[in-house]
Ligand binder design. Structure first.
Ligand SMILES: [Zn+2]
Length: 353
């Protein structure tokens, strides 16, 4: 046979993207019978978020809701008057507390009178996000960035970014139903196992249907980009990268290599184990760069940002994520004994052991 076919067959774990086109703004794509994929635009660089709809008896279960702004409401309205006309949403499952996923939960729940399902930690984290911006919390964030070598000017920009990014979350439903790791959820004819994992969020919900080898990975495993793994002021010593890598390791040992993965951003794909290896390698490469940079001379997180994120100038939004990610790597390397830290004039400096 032709060599191209041979190479695909001989590499069963290779990454493959079975859908050539993503759904347009007024379309949904049928991934398999009873599984629909929609895509909503986002007003920042991430560009879009995926929403999945699972047939659930005489209605549907929706996975994630979209960003809480007028544009997303307009996009949903177009879909509910077009390809999703007459559809009843019976349940909304929100995978995690980030605003592109939980943002319209209140709007969807109110429109359909449906129940909201989340993990307990992610629901409470959404409450926490909604109440951010108090003077005490801004002061804590300021001290946290200061401790990592960021000056006043940069800190002002970063705090401005955080407010912009998170304040758009619409009013969160006042009650929810809890999903817990290991739960089994029956959605229509399918049984899904609830898997939760940390790192990108605190306790992000993923769903796996063994009969169809269908894995809704949320933002834990994305097709093309590496999910943000950060540390924030609320838990300055969190080992979020350690949690993330542990979750990836667990997914790679418990799920089959040939599952169809439906991620929160990007496109559906096959090749879960290959993708997990790429993501783990990507973080290890960053750790290697940090270790190299701190071998001869102690460095602050601020000084390490350009070592790891050297490709282009970062705007305040990207800088906020870059700083949070950098600190996640540093904290992980401290736990692993690869770095030591010393506070000089209240600023942390790191050195390779
Ligand atoms: Zn996301």
């Amino acid at each position: 046979m032709h060599s191209k076919t041979d190479s695909v067959q001989s590499s069963a774990e290779a990454l493959r993207y079975p859908f050539e086109d993503h759904p347009g703004p007024d379309q949904v794509v049928e991934v398999m019978p009873g599984v629909l994929w929609a895509r909503l635009k986002l007003p920042f660089r991430l560009n879009h978020v995926n929403i999945y709809l699972l047939a659930d008896g005489d209605g549907w279960t929706m996975i994630d809701s979209g960003f809480g702004n007028e544009e997303s409401i307009a996009a949903w309205t177009t879909l509910f008057e077009g390809p999703l006309k007459g559809m009843t949403i019976k349940r909304l499952i929100v995978t995690h507390s980030h605003p592109d996923h939980v943002g319209l939960a209140g709007w969807i729940v109110e429109r359909f009178g449906c129940a909201l399902y989340m993990s307990q930690v992610e629901y409470l984290q959404s409450v926490f996000h909604q109440n951010r911006g108090t003077a005490e919390r801004l002061t804590a964030q300021r001290l946290f960035f200061r401790r990592h070598g960021m000056d006043e000017d940069l800190t002002d920009k970063l705090l401005g970014r955080g407010q912009d990014y998170l304040k758009r979350v619409s009013v969160l439903p006042a009650s929810y139903c809890r999903l817990t790791h290991g739960d089994e959820v029956v959605i229509g004819t399918r049984r899904f196992k609830v898997i939760t994992g940390g790192g990108h969020a605190l306790d992000q919900v993923m769903l796996y249907c063994a009969a169809d080898k269908l894995f809704l990975s949320a933002d834990q495993v994305l097709s093309k980009i590496s999910p943000n793994v950060s540390v924030w002021a609320v838990e300055p010593e969190q080992n979020s990268l350690g949690e993330y890598l542990a979750s990836l390791a667990s997914l790679t040992t418990t799920l089959p290599y040939d599952a169809l993965v439906l991620p929160g951003h990007g496109v559906p794909f096959y090749g879960l184990k290959t993708r997990i290896k790429q993501l783990a390698d990507h973080h290890e490469e960053r750790c290697r760069l940090i270790a190299e940079a701190c071998r001869e001379i102690e460095k602050t997180s601020k000084e390490l940002v350009p070592v790891v994120f050297h490709k282009h100038a970062l705007d305040a939004h990207q800088m906020g994520f870059a700083a949070g990610e950098l600190i996640a790597h540093v904290n992980y390397m401290l736990v692993e004994g690869r770095l030591t830290s010393e506070a000089i004039d209240g600023v942390l400096r790191f050195r390779t052991t």
